[in-house]
Write a protein that binds this ligand. Structure first.
Ligand code: GLA
Length: 381
């Protein structure tokens, strides 16, 4: 990310130096998809791509935010009103913080993100957490990452209206450099889990983007809730594979397949963290590939492009396993690859994908980044 360009744009727009720069990363999920809102387990890494925001405090209650990609937005903290567009995320964050009792100062800033939107890499969580950092800095309240993640999720659920789980906000807030994070989405307990020695996590962007996934996402969530109600438990997290197997025949489709994905995905995610604990790349890769089949056939959230990319990756001798990642329907897949062959792997997979689709993919390594932070210039109180 070109921080100098953001600072220059700030100076041009506001005629002064910014007082501080904050950042919050996107994420790639290794395994554990659509398990978070079922109180289950996820295993994401924070990306080395993030939303950066250069800002200074205002003495009034206004927020003036200029996105280098999406344009300018202004709102008043004492009269928040719902509207349309990207500013609903910062507005929703302000609303959630105020609902939780925080007294907020206004600010003006310039932001830019290299997390592509609609790609399944949590560009919205990156924007939410960067905005949250901005409010924390200018308003002088302490940064409690898990609480901030919860409030960002509330903004997304109650202000923006997307019924997402906690994974994206939590990893954007709590990411650890060089590590994946096993998150228990019920207790919010986290555990650092480094990827196996000699392997690399490769993000494989199909460059297709989801547009109407919001409705499909909320529908999947409803189907999972129906299935949990059928089993008489608060969430599908509480259903074991054995309990599912004993009664699955009584469940109507598609709830049966949806539940089978979530119940098996939870088991796979716990097994994946164990495999990582013993440095077992083969087992981890196998679980990732099984996860892809489950998302494709049972949860039905893959796409032809995602299937092609995953297939091309899995066909490489240096690939342990691959799957689509994120909410689904378009965007990115992720592969676990022998580190020594990442260059060759990426070239071959890109060539196959290009040949089959006519689209130019983007492949890059993710090593795990730190969560939301102040990059420089903490304000004086
Ligand atoms: C989106 C949501 C997350 C999670 C994933 C699927 O990224 O924001 O909460 O549900 O989809 O695992």
């Amino acid at each position: 990310m070109d921080l100098a360009a953001i600072v220059t744009a700030f100076k041009e727009r506001f005629g002064a130096e910014p007082e501080t720069v904050v950042q919050a990363p996107g994420r790639v999920n290794l395994i554990g998809e659509h398990t978070d809102y079922n109180d289950g387990f996820v295993l994401p890494l924070a990306l080395e791509r993030a939303t950066y925001l250069a800002l200074r405090r205002r003495t009034d209650e206004r927020v003036v935010a200029v996105s280098l990609e999406k344009g300018e937005a202004t709102f008043d903290l004492s009269a928040l009103q719902k509207g349309e567009g990207w500013a609903e995320y910062p507005k929703g964050v302000a609303w959630a913080l105020q609902q939780d009792g925080f007294k907020l100062s206004g600010w003006e800033g310039v932001l830019s993100s290299d997390v592509p939107s609609g790609a399944g890499l949590s560009s919205s969580a990156a924007l939410e957490l960067a905005t949250m950092q901005a409010f924390a800095v200018v308003s002088g309240f302490p940064w409690d990452p898990k609480r901030m993640a919860r409030l960002a999720q509330r903004a997304e659920n109650e202000w923006v209206g997307a019924m997402t789980g906690i994974m994206d906000q939590l990893i954007s807030a709590c990411g650890e450099e060089g590590s994946a994070l096993l998150i228990d989405c019920r207790s919010l307990e986290t555990k650092n889990v480094p990827v196996p020695e000699g392997t690399a996590v490769v993000v494989m962007d199909t460059t297709t983007r989801h547009r109407h996934a919001g409705g499909e996402y909320n529908e999947r969530r409803r189907q999972c809730e129906e299935a949990a109600a059928f089993f008489g438990v608060p969430a599908l997290r509480d259903v074991s594979m054995a309990a599912f197997g004993a009664r699955e025949g009584e469940l109507a489709e598609p709830a049966r397949r949806r539940a089978r994905h979530v119940v098996s995905e939870n088991a796979r995610t716990e097994a994946a963290a164990e495999a990582m604990g013993r440095d077992d790349a083969e087992a981890l890769g196998q679980l990732m590939s099984e996860s892809h089949m489950s998302m494709r056939d049972d949860f039905e959230i893959s796409s032809p492009e995602l299937d092609l990319m995953v297939g091309a990756a899995q066909a490489q001798a240096s690939c342990y396993g691959a799957r689509m990642t994120g909410g689904g329907f378009a965007g990115c897949a992720v592969a676990l690859v022998q580190e020594a062959d990442v260059g060759g792997f990426s070239e071959r997979v890109a060539a196959q994908y290009r040949e089959a689709t006519g689209l130019e993919p983007a492949l890059y390594i993710c090593r795990g980044a730190a969560g939301a932070s102040v990059v420089w210039g903490q304000l004086q109180k």
